[in-house]
Design a protein around this ligand. Structure first.
Ligand SMILES: Cc1cc2nc3c(=O)[nH]c(=O)nc-3n(C[C@H](O)[C@H](O)[C@H](O)COP(=O)(O)OP(=O)(O)OC[C@H]3O[C@@H](n4cnc5c(N)ncnc54)[C@H](O)[C@@H]3O)c2cc1C
Length: 328
């Protein structure tokens, strides 16, 4: 089995940002993710035919400094575009002054183009869930759900949501557990509908003022997407929390009429729903990253600092710096 200096558990934006920094500093680093592709909540999935749906993060606002900058990340410029949705008639106070203020950056042709680009020079092992860590001599052995070894590494950096990180690190009495347990997440149910054609004259973004849906985006308004009505609606935190254990069919049945009412006509097409159990950080832990130098364990993720991609980037980069400082 190959040995690494650092194994990063989770190839979301935090893990990718950390691994990128570690690699350019000369570390042998392996990223491990349970999913089929990198990106985590910055995600895209199949809709219908060639249509892809960004069912997680919808857009990024550039960070305020180098440490949170997505544009200065390892993502290539050609996978980023600026989204200028038409919000006319969207009935939204929040969107009224767009595009004044911060620009909205998106991945092109999909949001997942960003993590794929960040991962291109990194060694990534996908479809592998790290279930357990075991000590062997001075190293860590990372084991999957069948107790099979995935990799051996001197350091383990957890870059997964804090409730999952606690499960992984608590058996080893990670010194950051108390701070980590301060962070909390809200869930989100996301509804997706791909229609057969394209209607003109409708707003690209709708933010209903009341009801179960927080906002609705027509994916065709983003750069590089096909000219087909492909709607993504995020339920409110309240509704998502109250209905967390419903199944997909029940969620579609409840949310589709509300989506149609907000758009102003009956929406018909291929429909699906996705549950994000850990969607948005509610209370962050308040530290850029956590590190236990004696155990050679560290942790990062958006939950350290806030609920945006820029927080995940800052946290990942901070974790890489502290590991590098503590390496002998
Ligand atoms: C619906 C939705 C909309 C959003 N909209 C926006 C937005 O418009 N703008 C914005 O800035 N932010 C938005 N966010 C938040 C943003 O997506 C997150 O803050 C950011 O992507 C978090 O990155 P992360 O790397 O910390 O975590 P994650 O993206 O959660 O990455 C963690 C990774 O770890 C993997 N993993 C977990 N456990 C294991 C394990 N045991 N073994 C191996 N792999 C594991 C997961 O598969 C995942 O890939 C949104 C989030 C959601 C859910």
């Amino acid at each position: 089995m190959m040995k690494f200096d650092v194994a990063v558990v989770g190839a979301g934006i935090a893990g990718l940002a950390a691994a990128g920094r570690l690699r350019i500093s000369g570390c042998r680093v392996l990223l491990i993710d349970k999913a089929r592709g990198p990106g985590g909540r910055l995600a895209t999935r199949h809709g219908v035919g060639e249509i892809r749906m960004d069912h997680g993060c919808q857009y990024l606002v550039e960070g305020s400094d180098d440490e949170s900058s997505i544009l200065q990340s390892d993502a290539r410029d050609d996978c980023l575009g600026i989204w200028r949705p038409n919000c006319t008639g969207s009935n939204s106070m929040h969107l009224d002054n767009y595009p004044e203020g911060d620009l909205w950056h998106v991945g092109v042709p999909t949001m997942s183009a960003i993590p794929r680009s960040m991962a291109r020079d990194l060694q990534v092992k996908l479809k592998s869930r790290v279930a357990t860590l075991k000590r062997i001599d001075d190293d860590w052995l990372l084991l999957d759900t069948d107790d099979q070894p995935i990799a051996q590494a001197t350091w383990v950096l957890s870059a997964i949501p804090s409730p999952q990180a606690i499960d992984l690190l608590a058996p080893h009495e990670f010194s950051g557990l108390e701070v980590m347990s301060k962070a909390t997440y809200d869930p989100n149910w996301t509804l997706m509908v791909v229609e057969p054609g394209s209607t003109t004259g409708e707003p690209d973004v709708i933010e209903p003022q009341n009801g179960s849906i927080a906002w609705i985006v027509n994916q065709k308004s983003k750069p590089g997407r096909p000219e087909v009505d492909a709607w993504v609606a995020q339920a409110t935190t309240r509704w998502s929390t109250d209905n967390l254990e419903l199944d997909q069919a029940q969620v579609i049945q409840k949310l589709l009429p509300e989506m149609s009412a907000a758009i102003g006509r009956q929406v018909n097409g291929e429909t699906s729903a996705h549950r994000w159990r850990y969607a948005f950080v509610n209370d962050p832990a308040g530290e850029p990253s956590l590190l236990d130098p004696d155990r050679k364990l560290a942790a990062c993720g958006d939950w350290c600092l806030g609920n945006r991609v820029t927080h995940a980037i800052t946290s990942g980069r901070a974790a890489a710096q502290t590991i590098l400082r503590n390496m002998k």
